[in-house]
Design a protein around this ligand. Structure first.
Ligand code: GUN
Length: 287
């Protein structure tokens, strides 16, 4: 017998979180702290521009001041670091978001190291990534945090469960694996060189996939009742789709996130939440 899965509404959950963030923003403002984020967008990557615009729009909705620093595609590492350091020193700015990917000529790691750890909204400074490894109380990467929040919200147990993460990036797979491990999940990180990926997937209680390939995950690959989290964003015939063959997989999964409207809005909600968190923790009055 096949049963339908619960399709997780990321937009609805994100808007509940935003409403709570809004209250915290108002509380901060009563103390003279005006939460402020600067998004750094380098170059003309169309998808990045769309993501950043959405983050800014949602920040403004809850009363967070959000500014865009749009820099030229052909700039060098040194000039970019100079800009990021300026923001790191600017007392009116609580959160810095450097949108990835950066243009090819830029030394990405050098740039991320120049983000003040106290303003690092996406947990990209290696100091914060190290803290994520060893501390309980630290800033957490937005997309992984949004995914964990989805799982918690739907009371999906993690302890002892087989979780397969098909992504090993510093913004998704690596931090997410650490965060799942903290919740006592048994975590396997798979990637393009993984042998017998199908075997790993077929045993997974929870699959989190972000590989950038439409219909990468098909119904024959999953176990009945598995939880499917789709972090893919692809464009097919001008439509945004994820990495999961949604229509067939949803018949066999217990929970599934759609694209769009699943993880994406949760990432944005976590940008808002982390901005307020940083302002609460490190922000002085700046009105
Ligand atoms: N590029 C794609 N997704 C993200 C994200 O969540 N944060 C940042 N900084 N860059 C991204």
């Amino acid at each position: 017998m096949v049963s339908m899965s619960i399709v997780i509404n990321g937009r609805e959950l994100a808007s509940k979180i935003s409403a709570k963030v809004k209250e915290r923003v108002e509380e901060l403002k009563r103390k003279g702290v005006y939460p402020c984020i600067t998004a750094v967008l380098v170059g003309n990557d169309e998808a990045s521009a769309i993501y950043v615009r959405e983050k800014i729009k949602q920040c403004e909705k809850v009363g967070i001041k959000a500014q865009l620093l749009h820099l030229p595609q052909d700039m060098d590492t040194e000039s970019l670091i100079k800009e990021v350091k300026k923001l790191s020193l600017d007392k009116t700015v609580h959160a810095i978001l450097v949108q990835l990917p950066l243009p090819r000529q830029i030394d990405e790691n050098a740039v991320l190291e120049s983000i003040s750890p106290e303003k690092d909204v996406d947990c990209l400074n290696p100091l914060n990534l190290g803290r994520l490894l060893v501390n309980d109380d630290c800033i957490e990467s937005c997309t992984p945090k949004g995914i964990i929040r989805i799982l918690e919200n739907f009371n999906i147990p993690l302890e002892g469960k087989n979780v397969v993460v098909v992504n090993r990036s510093k913004i998704i797979g690596k931090p997410l694996s650490l965060m799942l491990l903290k919740k006592n999940a048994t975590v396997r990180i798979c990637h393009s060189k993984t042998e017998k990926l199908a075997d790993h997937l077929s045993r997974a209680d929870i699959i989190i996939v972000g590989v950038g390939k439409p219909k990468f995950l098909t119904v024959d690959m999953i176990k009945s009742g598995a939880v499917i989290i789709d972090v893919g964003t692809n464009k097919v015939n001008n439509k945004v789709v994820g990495d999961v063959d949604f229509e067939s997989v949803k018949e066999k999964a217990s929970f599934i996130t759609p694209v769009p409207g699943g993880v994406g809005p949760m990432t944005v909600a976590m940008v808002l939440e982390n901005t307020v968190l940083l302002a609460e923790k490190f922000g002085g009055a700046n009105d």
